[in-house]
Design a protein around this ligand. Structure first.
Ligand SMILES: [Zn+2]
Length: 48
């Protein structure tokens, strides 16, 4: 899986869940954001 902002690889846990956060944008589409983009504040770009 890849981060929808920076495109870096996101690891998955043993339960096959991505180590990142799903964010819904205004169109209701799910985007996957890595922890780095969350901390840097780029997560806001997804919601636009
Ligand atoms: Zn990222």
């Amino acid at each position: 899986m890849k981060c929808d902002l920076c495109g870096s690889r996101i690891e998955t846990t043993f339960l096959n869940k991505p180590v990142g956060t799903y964010v819904k944008n205004e169109k209701g589409k799910k985007k996957l954001v890595c922890s780095h983009c969350q901390r840097s504040g780029r997560i806001k770009e997804v919601k636009q």
